[in-house]
Design a binder for this molecule. Sequence first.
Ligand code: NAD
Ligand code: ZN
Length: 259
Amino acid sequence: MARIDLIETVGQWVAQAKRIIVFTGAGVSTESGIPDFRSPGGLWERYDPREFTFDRFVSSEKARTLYWKMHTELFELLAGVRPNRAHQACAELDYLEKLECVITQNVDNLHQRAGLPAEKVIEIHGNALQVGCLDCDARHSRAEVQEWLDAGEHAPVCRRCGGLLKPATISFGQAMPVDKMQEAEVRMRRCDLFIAIGSSLVVHPAALMPVYAKHAGARLVIINLTETPYDDQADLVIPGKAAEVMGQILDRAKAWLVN
Ligand code: NAD
Ligand code: ZN
């Protein structure tokens, strides 16, 4: 199928759908200027999050110091970027009352910044703009913690109980948030169209998502720059850039809706 026909078909499916789930990975934010793990020259070339396991974070002050250094860079990076057309498209789907929810692996908060209500975003890897205490669960403002870091603290502790503070993102070796995974599963059973964007779909639990969607009876659409292991199970695959492709799909969906 020619590309223009792929876009037209998915545009029509969006117009017909009532409960769309959009599943997003790092690739949805690369056009905003946040590199994925494979992009050269990015933050992840200097820091490998796979080295920052949860066990190391809790057992070593040195590891915590380095972790907060990486998150200081990430915090600065996030302050300077904006949502792109793909994030906006998700917010538009909600405005059109088509969106069940977005399930994202991203921690960059860009879906919310594009105007999607927080309750419509299930962040299975957490959010880098929130900080939690590992002992008492108190939440701290990321900006406030940054002030403490800028003032010379290397590994800030909870002002309420003295426990370790950690950005509210899921580290390697840290348990996935059970409540969020359950919510994602429940919502997945209700969806009629599942669009995976910018995710390699290789790592658990991302790799489970297309399977859930298929079992739920949903149509499966994959939009990604590179191939994924689920391409042959998808109803349609659009190789390409998230922002560009989603912008075109939304334009066609809206055209179908007014006709
Ligand atoms: P990933 O495995 O989901 O890979 C990203 C995929 O996006 C790749 O297959 C790549 O080909 C594709 N891609 C890149 N740019 C694209 C574009 N413009 N349009 C469409 N597809 C594009 O993710 P990863 O990079 O291995 O990161 C793993 C985890 O690390 C993420 O799940 C996330 O939790 C975290 N992470 C988050 C962010 C963020 O919050 N923005 C960024 C990097 C990593
Ligand atoms: Zn505490």
